[in-house]
Design a protein around this ligand. Structure first.
Ligand code: F0G
Length: 466
């Protein structure tokens, strides 16, 4: 790794192409105010000849950088010198073959995989990106870092601050908009927690203004270094599949950072000749927060080689404002109407021959219960990926013989209120938590059994139910 001519930031719009140095922290194109990419002069960097070369790092995992599931691939995100990298052991995640679920959703045995990003230190995929942003922040000498969040980014920032003692974390969350599990993490890890009277879209707007005004380092996924870290989720999937490219990657869409990062990962791997074909991408929105779905499918918005139609986007947001329409879904992690990475996601969709679908809260919760019963469990937003797969199977876009990876973005324990309401037997709780969101049934519920404090009655119940 090294000097700024080898690595820099570049506007994603090919006909703008403005650049910023590696250490610039404005994360905005100086000419057209658009999104930036981290770009590398690969010809002058030490790129592996084949993906299997990364297996060498398995033998040297006593080195924390080779242990990390992000940094063992650092030759594919070579922006930080080793001594500046801050890792807390992120990325020890699992690609699980999910045959029981495959059977239920009409996929052939051995073809469906779930990528468990909930196994990260803070319980979500965000740690992949946070270690990268945090390392960049430390390179630039930042002492304070901030984000707006639906909960997981704030938990991740908070844990990196507490585990490394390198920065003070400031997190902006929509008041009453994040689950207790995630709020608890921000508080417990000592982040300055600002509860804004508004939702994520409001918090995102405010944090950007604040960061600029006070010179605070921003770790939201508008920061292209975050996305460099999130590319490694794809590298680990390839690693687990012995470097074979799957047919589909299915991912929930919120702020569209993952979708964008996955696209960049595969574009670069192809460019470097490390893979010979691209997987297809399926982005799944919640129906109550479906900007990407509407713009892509209804309005026909496309990346179009970097000449997307901004007027279509502006009109859509204008319409949302006029109607006072706010994002509204039980999958609170993806309750976002103005995804900051929309245009990068359009690029990923074009390069990966992608599709966008949406899933209702009912579909998401049913899918979540299927994940829980047949896998390691996830929070509601994560289950959008399986709900989306079910749609794509039903409509025939995905074939039973396709090899599919659904990304499970965060741990089950992140948001237990929806889970307990779904499985529980109290109709009042069901109505308060789920009914108000239009959920009518809990078809896959595993009801708790109420028993008296009496051994004979307990034994009778167990014999009845097991
Ligand atoms: N799944 C979970 C569990 C998330 O927390 C998020 C985003 C997403 C999916 C969507 O990912 O933004 O890359 O499309 N959570 C952010 C947060 C917004 O603040 O924690 P995306």
């Amino acid at each position: 790794m090294a000097g700024s001519d080898l690595v820099y930031q570049k506007c994603i719009r090919p006909d703008c192409g403005a650049t910023l140095s590696l250490d610039d922290t404005s994360f905005q194109c100086p000419k057209c105010l658009g999104l930036m990419d981290v770009v590398y002069d690969w010809d002058r960097l030490n790129v592996p000849n084949q993906l299997a070369d990364f297996e060498e790092a398995w033998r040297t995992r006593s080195n924390p950088l080779d242990f990390s599931g992000v940094w063992r691939f650092r030759r594919l995100l070579p922006f930080a010198p080793d001594e500046k990298i801050l890792t807390i052991g992120e990325g020890q995640t699992l690609l699980q073959k999910a045959d029981a679920i495959a059977k239920k959703v009409g996929m052939n045995e051995g073809q469906l995989f779930l990528q468990y990003e909930g196994m990260n230190p803070s319980g979500s995929f965000k740690d992949n990106g946070m270690t990268a942003a945090f390392s960049h922040a430390s390179m630039t000498g930042a002492r304070r870092a901030a984000c707006a969040s639906t909960g997981n980014t704030s938990a991740s920032l908070a844990i990196y601050c507490s585990a490394t003692s390198r920065m003070k974390g400031i997190v902006f969350v929509g008041s009453g908009k994040i689950s207790y599990g995630k709020l608890a993490q921000a508080l417990d890890h000592g982040a300055l927690t600002m509860q804004i009277a508004g939702d994520f879209d409001d918090a995102m707007h405010q944090v950007q203004q604040m960061a600029r005004r006070l010179g605070v380092y921003l770790v939201n996924s508008i920061n292209p270094f975050r996305l460099e870290g999130q590319k490694t989720i794809m590298f680990r999937i390839l690693e687990a599949l012995r470097w074979q490219v799957p047919d589909w990657i299915v991912v929930p869409g919120g702020n569209l950072g993952n979708s964008s990062a996955f696209g960049k990962a595969f574009i670069e791997l192809k460019q470097l000749g490390l893979i010979d074909r691209m997987p297809r991408l399926a982005i799944i929105n919640a129906a109550g927060a479906d900007t990407c779905f509407q713009l892509f499918n209804r309005d026909g918005l496309r990346w179009n080689g970097g000449r997307w139609n901004q007027t279509v986007i502006d009109n859509y947001y204008h319409h949302l404002d006029q109607e006072k329409k706010r994002a509204n879904t039980l999958a609170s992690a993806i309750e976002i109407n103005r995804p900051v990475n929309l245009v990068k996601a359009l690029r990923a969709l074009e390069k990966m021959d992608g599709v966008v679908r949406e899933a209702t809260d009912q579909e998401i919760l049913d899918a979540k219960a299927m994940v829980g019963a047949g896998g390691l469990g996830c929070e509601p937003a994560s289950a959008a990926s399986l709900a989306g797969l079910m749609k794509l199977r039903a409509e025939g876009t995905i074939a039973p013989s396709d090899r599919v990876v659904c990304i499970l973005t965060a741990h089950q324990m992140k948001d237990s209120s929806a889970t307990v309401a779904y499985h529980g037997s109290d109709p009042k709780t069901f109505e308060e938590v789920l009914g108000v969101r239009g959920v009518r049934r809990a078809s896959f519920a595993n009801r708790p059994v109420q028993v008296p404090n009496d051994l004979e009655a307990i034994v009778r119940s167990i014999e009845l139910y097991s």
